[in-house]
Design a protein around this ligand. Structure first.
Ligand code: PEP
Ligand code: MN
Length: 261
């Protein structure tokens, strides 16, 4: 990518939008969702989990490397960039080989400096943009530390993803937003764009809009929203995913205060 992801985000007159399923399930699912996302929204990036870090075993843990070409091809065929989660050096090697455009580090990985360091070392020299989710626990320094590890490895095309923080039994949120933490990140690192992940904060598709609106009101640079052709039948995170047309409808209800650059 000639232009930095960061520059692209900051130059854009619309929020940077990442859409796509929680998990890649088949080549057909990826192609269908990519086509409908491209038709219905201004999304620039297609997401899909290939390796899923499930909190408990015996749930779907991702299709694995077989899904990488599904993601990459579906994105290319529909004029989108591709992104997936990496959690170790092997994942990094495989996504670089497959031509994934952007890597992301998940919330369960950002908590672990050894894992982040391993990923940073494996990414060294690739120049690939990396989005870093906040750690599952509300620790700003762990989040900042992950950016610093990547920067020390020469990766400078970085963005944060605010996906909320683990709480025990909060019926309102799957992951509590603790907005003060991404706000503090913006204060400490104004150079880093932040996009919001209302899907993992809310846990329920009907509650996405107010969270997305709050992020826009706080001048976050974008959104990442789980989008599936048939959300009720999704193999992971079925309660929080929306169809591409529902995403379009939700985006149309957002009031954007971001000034054009
Ligand atoms: C995801 O994006 O599907 C995911 C597993 O996210 P998180 O790391 O935020 O839980
Ligand atoms: Mn998910």
């Amino acid at each position: 990518m000639e232009e930095k992801l960061i520059q692209k985000i900051q130059r854009s007159d619309r929020p940077f939008l990442v859409a796509g399923p929680c998990s890649a399930e088949s080549a057909e699912q990826m192609e269908m969702v990519a086509r409908d996302i491209a038709l219905n929204t201004h999304a620039q990036v297609l997401r899909a989990g290939i390796w899923k870090p499930r909190t408990r075993p015996d749930s779907f843990e991702g299709v694995g490397q077989i899904g990488l070409p599904w993601l990459v091809e579906a994105a290319k065929n529909n004029g989108l960039l591709s992104t997936t989660e990496v959690a170790n050096a092997k994942h990094v090697e495989l996504i670089l080989k497959a031509g994934v455009d952007i890597a992301w580090i998940g919330a369960r990985t950002t908590v672990n400096p050894f894992a982040v360091q391993e990923i940073a070392d494996a990414l060294k020299g690739s120049g690939i943009p990396v989005m870093v989710k906040n750690p599952i626990n509300p620790d700003l320094n762990l989040w900042i530390g992950a950016f610093e590890r990547l920067e020390k490895a020469g990766l400078t095309d970085l963005a944060g993803i605010h996906r909320g923080f683990s709480v025990y039994n909060n019926p309102r949120y799957r992951n509590q937003p603790n907005w003060e933490i991404p706000i503090a990140l913006k204060e400490e690192r104004p150079d880093l764009p932040i996009i919001c992940d209302p899907s993992h904060i809310s846990g329920k598709r009907e509650n996405l809009l107010p969270i997305a609106q709050k992020a826009m009101d706080l001048n976050f640079e974008g959104l990442i929203i789980e989008t599936h052709p048939n959300p009720e039948k999704a193999w992971s995170d079925a309660r929080q995913q929306v169809t591409p047309t529902a995403l379009r409808e939700m985006l149309s209800q957002l009031t954007l205060r971001r000034e054009l650059i």
